[in-house]
Design a protein around this ligand. Structure first.
Ligand code: HDE
Length: 711
């Protein structure tokens, strides 16, 4: 008999219920519950007189307001969150004893926060940047936080370098410029002298750094962790999140425009998809390496600037995460959520990755200054779903009322409670790793390969992805002012791929230097005697890893894709109806863009609600464009330059465009006129052809022509 599903996915949501405040039909009160009769006027000495100190209502309201900000996160300040749950496909008990990895009947509640790294809390979503991908699993054995990014490697190898990295990428300290952008001298000064950064850096130059949607990017735990099974055996593991919609990006030109047209593009996209019931999903994958293979590879598993190519260790898919509920309150949930890589549960453990080790210190420390109290675990979003008992007491904002005479262990007065858990009862014990070493401040020689994996990444990309990388380097270095820095950077790129360096050099009007004045051994500020810290020679242990290219992702769905339908009064209803039906059957989002807001009337006399007036929206916010036709309607569209621009931009960004009937006239008025044979341009064709083109995301074959579009 099938076991009854233990549906606990809503357990955290239910737990939050007691904290939700619903003011519907309620009277306004002060924070003391006093009913308020006037919240518009302060207490004054006469109608035109000074305000009185006595006005406790004014003081309570203003004082609270004065204090309603908390420090933004030092990094990852800009973020968007959502609730959901995780389900396991099949037990991996041979690797891990964690309940979340062995109990397929469970639905573990999660809260996820996606973020950009460098920008402030109010910075635009489409910055070229790494994205944070932090997952809080509220498990039955305590909370597990998997605090990862959307790229599988990191910029630096040792936590000691993190403040340097971040100081270099953040706005420059004298003038606080530029916001949410890495394209400036201090960053490239650091990167060009710190060769270990080059792998993550080339990822940041790729399309991965400008995702189409948070729902269309991968996530990675980055560090090698350990899985520990019941027998106490350890396996090394890397965690992967694979989006069911595939991995897709926008172009840099679009990103720049999206930032102006809708700075909340990613946040809105996540929110809208969840509100529409189109729940974002990722499958969880693991790459497992047995202990005995620790030294089998040409890179060190403890080095967080290296990935394990999927060609060498395939990813096993073990479960799925679904996000199905938006937060009720951004501050209470998304802002106050506190992730700590140190939050683990039995069955999962750390390795000695020196970056991970430093993170284990940093996150608790930062929450103390950000949330202001060691009791941040009591904030509703951070509370585990299992009971908490210990002898920690007091502190700012203590929410619990611990009973009893004492708070120490061992004790007899409290019956020795709370008592310790035996390992068999789920008590956590660390993996007993054997350690026999000298205490030194150094780095392992096995970490010194800084060029092989950036080169592998670049080799594994498709033509169009490589072009985007070259464009990104050219843009970023083009924004730098100091020639030395640019040349040193060109030299570093040449160590990855000499052709790539030549293209970038040409674009920025410089030559690739044969050697740079300060050689790369300055990278880690090494003194020349520390030979093991010098970058080693580039190796080629794998020609290509197809998993690194977005050209090999999924192209089988148009779900949640935004389709702009350009219409005006008397548009052709029968063509529109057919197209809309076909698109919506595939769960695409059909949006009416008209010359004005309100409603637009079709040729069958029906009024249709307009989603956006043309003056309030832009082509870059959509995945594809459709013009249904209707002579009069198209006449009107043709008169307005912005519609032509809309089509031109969609064409420039290699998107699918479909027209029916008179809609073709809009193409004839645009740059598309001479390119109507393009594979993703559909003229009075079956909706299925259009759908197929949208599912391909972009028609990159068009890119040479697209470059000529003058927008
Ligand atoms: Fe973080 N990082 N980080 N980081 N990180 C923070 O913690 C830090 C690193 C990551 O949505 C901070 O709560 C150090 C790697 C994410 O709330 C801070 C080092 C990876 C988030 C911090 C790293 C990350 C953070 C700032 C080098 C990918 C956002 C606010 C040793 C595996 C979590 C906060 C959220 C946030 C420190 C390196 C991912 C300052 C010292 C590697 C997704 O504690």
């Amino acid at each position: 008999m099938a076991k009854k599903k233990n549906n606990k996915d809503t357990q955290k949501i239910n737990d939050l219920e007691q904290y939700r405040v619903d003011s519907d039909e309620k009277v306004m009160t002060t924070n003391q519950g006093l009913k308020v009769n006037d919240t518009n006027n302060s207490l004054k000495s006469g109608e035109r007189g000074a305000t009185l100190l006595e006005d406790f209502l004014l003081r309570e309201k203003i004082t609270h307001f004065d204090h309603e900000r908390i420090p933004e996160r030092i990094v990852h300040a800009r973020g968007s969150g959502a609730h959901g749950f995780f389900e396991l496909y099949e037990s991996i008990e041979k690797y891990s004893k964690a309940g979340i990895f062995t109990d397929t009947e469970r639905k573990t509640p999660v809260f996820v926060r996606f973020s950009t790294v460098a920008g402030s809390k109010g910075s635009p979503d489409l910055a070229r940047d790494v994205r944070g991908f932090a997952v809080k699993f509220y498990t039955e054995e305590g909370t597990w936080d998997l605090v990862g990014n959307n790229m599988p490697i990191f910029f630096i190898q040792d936590a000691m370098k993190f403040p340097d990295l971040i100081h270099s990428v953040k706005p420059e300290p004298n003038n606080e410029i530029p916001q949410a952008a890495s394209a400036h001298d201090t960053f490239y000064d650091f990167v060009s002298r710190t060769t270990e950064t080059l792998h993550n850096h080339i990822w940041a130059m790729s399309d991965r750094a400008i995702p189409r949607s948070l729902r269309m990017m991968e996530g990675f735990g980055i560090h090698t962790f350990r899985l520990i099974n019941k027998k106490g055996e350890s396996h090394f593991v890397k965690f992967h999140w694979k989006p069911t919609l595939g991995v897709h990006s926008v172009t840099w030109e679009e990103a720049v425009k999206i930032n102006g047209a809708d700075a909340d593009f990613h946040r809105r996209d996540l929110w809208d998809a969840i509100e529409a019931g189109q729940f974002p999903e990722w499958e969880l994958g693991i790459q497992v390496v047995p202990e005995k293979d620790e030294h089998k590879y040409e890179f060190d598993l403890l080095d967080p600037t290296k990935l394990i190519p999927e060609e060498m260790v395939p990813v096993q898919i073990i479960g799925k995460m679904t996000l199905n509920r938006n937060p009720d309150n951004f501050f209470a949930e998304t802002e106050q959520v506190a992730f700590l890589p140190g939050h683990i549960v039995p069955g999962i453990d750390f390795t000695n990755d020196p970056l991970l080790q430093g993170r284990l210190f940093s996150y608790r420390d930062t929450q103390l200054s950000r949330l202001g109290t060691p009791n941040f675990h009591q904030i509703p979003i951070n509370k585990p779903i299992v009971p908490v008992h210990n002898n920690q007491r007091d502190g700012h904002m203590q929410m619990d009322i611990p009973e009893g005479r004492g708070a120490y262990f061992p004790n007899s007065l409290m019956g020795s409670c709370p008592h310790l858990a035996k390992m068999a009862d789920g008590g956590f014990t660390h993996y007993e790793e054997r350690i026999d070493a000298k205490k030194i401040r150094a780095r392992s020689e096995s970490f010194n390969d800084h060029f092989s994996q950036p080169a592998l990444f670049y080799r594994s990309l498709s033509d169009w992805e490589q072009e985007h990388v070259a464009g990104a380097y050219s843009f970023e270095l083009g924004k730098c002012k100091v020639q030395d820095i640019k040349e040193r950077m060109l030299y570093m790129i040449s160590q990855i791929d000499s052709d790539l360096a030549k293209i970038v050099a040409e674009n920025i009007g410089l030559k690739v230097p044969k050697i740079v004045e300060k050689p790369i051994n300055q990278a880690i500020g090494a003194d020349a005697s520390k030979k093991e810290q010098q970058p080693g020679n580039k190796k080629n242990y794998l020609e290509e890893d197809p998993a690194l290219s977005q050209a090999n992702t999924k192209f089988d769905s148009i779900a949640t894709r935004q389709i702009a339908c350009l219409v005006a009064d008397e548009f052709d209803m029968s063509a529109f109806k057919k197209m809309k039906k076909a698109l919506e059957k595939e769960n695409a989002m059909v949006k009416l863009i008209a010359p004005h807001g309100g409603t637009v009337t079709c040729d069958e006399g029906m009024d249709h609600e307009v989603d956006a007036a043309i003056s309030t929206t832009e082509s870059v916010l959509f995945d594809a464009v459709y013009v249904p036709g209707g002579e009069k309607a198209v006449m009107q569209l043709k008169k307005e330059g912005k519609y032509i621009k809309f089509i031109n931009e969609a064409f420039k960004h290699c998107k699918a465009i479909a027209v029916d009937g008179a809609g073709e006239q809009l193409l004839d008025a645009s740059f598309v006129k001479d390119h109507k044979d393009d594979a993703a341009i559909h003229i009075s064709a079956s909706p299925n052809n259009f759908i197929e083109s949208i599912s391909q995301h972009r028609n990159w074959d068009r890119r040479e022509v697209a470059m000529q579009v003058p927008v």
